[in-house]
Design a protein around this ligand. Sequence first.
Ligand SMILES: [Zn+2]
Length: 226
Amino acid sequence: MSIFRTHSVACPACATPIDFELVVSVSADRRPDLRDEILAGTFQREPCPSCGVPFRVEPQFTYIDIARGQYIGVWPKADRAQWQERAAQTRANFDDGMGVRATPEAQRVGAGLAVRTVFGWPALVEKLLAREAGIDDRTLEVAKLAAMRGVEEAPLPGPFEMRLAAVDDEALHFAWIGSRPEAPEVWRVPRTLIAEIEAEPEAWQAAREAVAEGDVVDFQRELLAA
Ligand SMILES: [Zn+2]
């Protein structure tokens, strides 16, 4: 079920308190429109009724898509330093509702879901895009490392966040997201890189293990938390 709760949020531009319908959980199976809004970057983005400036709240909700096999704990990017604790909370919520502490029926549904924990909207969008494109998220993280290796002046993750922003038949489009104006452009990486990595599992095994820890599959998890 998709659940919203009204909270008072201060407009970042004019500080007027606004009653905002904050999302608590999204069921993409029943509300595909919410998934579309997440992908479009419009979900939980509203103009302030007082000053008109649009603003977006940081995410903190559970995203469930049974058809696509995704259970994602989505946390604000400010929580990155607590990524291990947040991942444990997400896992505990999953265990209560669809895992080891759930009813047998719920467990059967839960068995088909990959549990992940992400921080911030771009990291959630990335997981949805990768699943839609049939790309394993560990392979995607390894592909980022491989893509950076080939570039002499690669931007450093930390000040910038490297996220999959689009996929087409030819290419993976990675955005470097940052608040500074000199944010680098979108990188276009041939999609064949995914197949190349998967064709050499032994060569990439160590990298595949390093990009993930538990349910947090993100090579930047420590870099962005710093
Ligand atoms: Zn305002």
